[in-house]
Design a binder for this molecule. Structure first.
Ligand code: 5AD
Length: 405
C-alpha cells in the first residue's frame, strides 16, 4: 500500500510539471539552479536524445486518451499504430497457452474457477498431456508456451512444475520459450522455476488501486494487494521478463483508476502486459453488481483504448491481444493487434478440458481443436495487417534494453 501511495505521489510532484516545459522560456531559467529532479527544467534538457524520448504523460492526458471519440479517437489509433510499427514492427509472437488445471486455492470475486464455485468440475492435466501440448507447440513452431493454472503453492505442486519445466526444455532442445502464469509464490519458488528453464512470468495486478482490489477480493491475507506487488518485485529480482495487467470495466472502477493503471505499469517498468475486459460469470459474487457495468461494446472499446494508450506510453513492451477481448467479438482481437498489441496466446489445452477452464462466460474457442484455432488465428492476424513470427521467442524489446543498460 505504501508503495502505491508513493508512486502516485511521485507522479504528482515530478511528472505533471514536465508537460508545461515547452511553455517555459529557456532564458527565464538561466539563473535557475536545476538538477535532474527539479520540477522545472530548461528546454535544452529535453533536446538531448535520451531525455527527449521520455515524454511523460499526465493523468488527465491519459484519461482523455481513454475517453476520446470521433476524430480524436482516430488520431489516438493512428499514433499508437505508428509508434508500434516504428518501434517493434508488425510481427505477432505466439504463446501456446496450456491451461494446466482449474484447481485454485484463491476465491477472487470475479473468477469462474474460484475455490468456492461448486458448479465447476475440477481437472488437472497429466504430465503427459502437458508435455504433449508443449510438443505440439514446438513442432508447430510456436516459439514459446505459457503454462497457466489455478493458484497452488504447496511443495508437491512447486516440485512438479520444476520437473515439467526441465522436461519441456529437454524435449525441445532448449528451444521452446516458457512463460509461467501460476500466481503468487515465494521468491524461492520463482527462483527454482527460473533455474529450471522458465524465463517469463505473468502476474496480473488486476487493478493498481488497493481500494478497488479490496472490493473484488475477499478480505484476508491470501488476497492482499501488497503481496501481489511484492511478488511482482520478486519476479523482477529473479530476472524474469515480467508481465502484469489489469481487468477493464470492473464494477466500481473509474476512468481515473484505469489511467492510474497505465502509470502504474510504466512506473513498474514492466516488460509485458496482458489486459482485457472484465466479463461477468454467473457463479461469482461480482455478478450481483452486473447492473453497474458498461455494455460489452463499451468495455471492448475501452480495452482497445487502453492498449493504444499503453503502446504510446511504453513503445517497446510486449502487449497481448487477450482472449477476453476476442470473447466480446473476434474483431476485438484484430483491432488490438492493428493498433498496438503484438502477442497472441492460442489455446492448445487438450479440448476435453478446455470447457472447464472458464474464468468467464462465452469464453471463445472452447470447442474447436488446435488446428482449427490456428487457422482462424492466422486469418485474423493477417486481417489486422500483421504477420506471425514463427519459431522465435519474441522477447520484449523493453526487457532487452532494460537489462543491457
Ligand atoms: N473476466 C475477465 N478476466 C478475468 N480473469 C479472471 N476472471 C475474469 C473475468 N471474469 C483474469 C484475471 C486473472 C487472469 C488469469 O484472468 O485478470 O489474472
Amino acid at each position: 500500500v505504501y508503495k502505491v501511495h508513493k508512486v502516485h505521489k511521485v507522479y504528482k510532484v515530478l511528472y505533471e510539471p514536465y508537460n508545461f516545459i515547452n511553455l517555459i522560456n529557456e532564458k527565464k531559467l538561466r539563473f535557475f539552479h536545476w538538477n535532474k529532479f527539479s520540477k522545472i527544467k530548461p528546454f535544452s534538457y529535453f533536446c538531448k536524445k535520451e531525455n527527449r524520448m521520455k515524454k511523460i504523460y499526465t493523468l488527465p492526458e491519459l484519461e482523455n486518451m481513454l475517453t476520446c471519440q470521433g476524430e480524436e479517437e482516430n488520431r489516438l489509433y493512428s499514433e499508437s499504430k505508428r509508434i508500434k510499427n516504428e518501434t517493434i514492427g508488425n510481427n505477432v509472437y505466439l504463446r501456446g497457452l496450456i491451461e494446466i488445471s482449474n484447481i485454485c486455492t484463491k476465491d477472487c470475486f470475479y473468477c469462474g474457477i474460484r475455490k468456492s464455485n461448486t458448479e465447476t468440475a475440477r481437472y488437472a492435466l497429466s504430465d503427459k498431456e502437458i508435455l504433449d501440448a508443449a510438443d505440439f507447440a514446438y513442432t508447430h513452431h510456436f516459439g514459446s508456451i505459457v503454462l497457466q493454472g489455478g493458484e497452488r503453492s504447496d511443495k508437491a505442486f512447486v516440485d512438479r512444475i520444476t520437473r515439467l519445466l526441465q522436461e519441456i526444455k529437454k524435449n525441445s532442445n532448449n528451444e521452446l520459450g516458457v512463460t509461467l502464469s501460476l500466481g503468487e509464490q515465494t521468491e524461492d519458488s520463482y527462483k527454482r522455476w527460473k533455474d529450471a528453464g522458465a524465463h517469463r512470468y505473468l502476474l496480473r495486478i488486476e487493478t493498481s488501486n488497493p481500494e478497488l482490489y479490496a472490493k473484488i477480493h475477499p478480505n484476508n491475507p491470501l488476497h492482499s494487494h501488497a503481496t501481489r506487488l511484492r511478488c511482482l518485485e520478486s519476479l523482477q529480482r529473479c530476472g524474469y521478463q515480467t508481465g502484469t495487467g489489469v481487468m477493464i470495466g470492473l464494477p466500481f472502477q473509474t476512468i481515473t483508476d484505469l489511467a492510474n493503471d497505465l502509470l502504474f505499469l510504466q512506473s513498474m517498468d514492466i516488460d509485458m502486459v496482458g489486459m482485457g475486459p472484465y466479463l461477468e460469470h454467473h457463479a461469482t459474487p461480482l455478478y450481483e453488481y452486473r447492473h453497474l457495468l458498461l455494455s460489452l461494446q463499451e468495455r471492448l472499446r475501452l480495452s482497445i483504448h487502453m492498449v493504444a494508450a499503453l503502446r504510446i506510453l511504453m513503445p517497446d513492451i510486449n502487449i497481448a491481444a487477450t482472449t477476453a477481448l476476442q470473447a466480446i467479438e473476434p474483431a476485438g482481437r484484430e483491432k488490438a493487434l492493428e493498433i498496438g498489441a503484438n502477442v497472441v496466446m492460442p489455446n492448445i489445452t487438450p479440448t476435453t478440458n478446455r470447457t472447464l477452464y472458464k474464468l468467464y462466460e462465452n469464453k471463445p474457442g472452447t470447442h474447436e481443436g488446435a488446428a482449427e484455432s490456428m487457422r482462424k488465428l492466422e486469418e485474423s492476424i493477417l486481417k489486422s495487417g500483421c504477420k506471425v513470427a514463427y519459431g522465435v521467442w519474441g522477447d520484449s524489446r523493453h526487457f532487452q534494453s532494460r537489462t543491457e543498460n
